[in-house]
Design a protein around this ligand. Structure first.
Ligand code: PRP
Ligand code: URA
Length: 208
C-alpha cells in the first residue's frame, strides 16, 4: 500500500525483538521502546518543512537549514506517551495534543475519555503517536477528532501494525500516511496483534 511506510533498520530489528520477547522486564522494555520510537520519529519527520538560515561558523559564512515550527505531536493515551519522550528530544518546542482512548476488553472498541488539542492545527503537520495499530479503531477515532478540529496534514507513527488495522485506517483516511516498524500476521480472537508484543501500555507502565 502506497500510504504505508514500513521502516527497516538493524537497530530497529534488534530493539523490536527485545520488545516482543515476553521475558523482557519493564526497564528494558522502556529502554528499547525509546530506541524504536526515535528511529520512527526520525523517519516520520524526514519531509518536514525547513528554511534556509544564514550562519557564521568559526571559519566562514554559510547557508544552513532550520526546521520551521510546524509540527504537533499527538500521543494516544496511554501507550503513546512512550513515544512522546523520544519525539520531544528532537523537537522540544513542538506543541503536544492529547487524546485518551481505552479499548473495552470485551468488545475491543475504544472509548474516548480525554481530549485536548493545540489551536491552529490547520497549518501544522500532526504526528499521531500510538505504538499499536490493531483493529485501527483508536487511530480512526483520533484522526476523526483531529480533522474535526481542522487538521489537514496528519501521519500516524506506530511500532507494530496488524493488516486489519492498516486496512481500516487506509479506507477511512486514505490521506494519512502510516509509519510502522512491523506489519504482523493477524489479530487473534481478542483483537490482539499476533505475534505482536502483548499489551504495550501494560508492559511499558508495568501494570501487567
Ligand atoms: C492500545 C494501543 C492503541 C490501541 C490499539 O491501547 O495503545 O491505542 O490499543 O488498538 P485498536 O487499533 O484496536 O484500537 P489500550 O486501549 O490498550 O489503552 P492503553 O494505551 O491505555 O493501554
Ligand atoms: N493493544 C496492544 O497493546 N496490543 C495489541 O496487540 C493490541 C492492542
Amino acid at each position: 500500500m502506497s500510504n504505508v511506510v514500513c521502516v527497516e533498520h538493524p537497530l530497529m530489528e534488534h530493539s523490536l525483538t527485545i520488545l516482543r520477547d515476553k521475558h523482557t522486564d519493564t526497564e528494558s522494555f522502556r529502554h528499547h521502546a525509546g530506541i524504536v520510537s526515535q528511529i520512527m520519529v526520525i523517519t516520520a519527520t524526514s519531509d518536514i518543512p525547513m528554511t534556509e538560515k544564514q550562519i557564521e561558523t568559526p571559519l566562514a559564512e554559510m547557508t544552513g537549514h532550520h526546521i520551521l515550527h510546524s509540527v504537533v505531536f499527538v500521543p494516544v493515551l496511554r501507550a503513546g506517551i512512550s513515544m512522546l519522550f523520544p519525539a520531544r528530544n528532537f523537537l522540544p518546542w513542538a506543541p503536544v495534543g492529547f487524546i485518551g482512548l481505552e479499548r473495552d476488553e470485551a468488545t475491543a472498541i475504544a472509548r474516548e475519555y480525554y481530549q485536548k488539542f493545540p489551536k491552529n492545527l490547520k497549518d501544522k503537520q500532526v504526528l499521531v503517536l500510538d505504538p499499536m495499530l490493531a483493529t485501527g479503531g483508536s487511530l480512526v477515532d483520533t484522526i476523526d477528532a483531529l480533522k474535526k478540529k481542522g487538521a489537514v496534514s496528519i501521519a500516524a507513527v506506530c511500532i507494530v501494525a496488524a493488516p486489519e488495522g492498516i486496512e481500516l485506517l487506509s479506507q477511512k483516511h486514505p490521506d494519512v500516511r502510516i509509519y510502522t516498524a512491523a506489519i504482523d500476521s493477524h489479530l487473534n480472537e481478542f483483537k490482539y496483534i499476533v505475534p505482536g508484543l502483548g499489551d504495550f501500555g501494560d508492559r511499558y507502565f508495568g501494570t501487567l
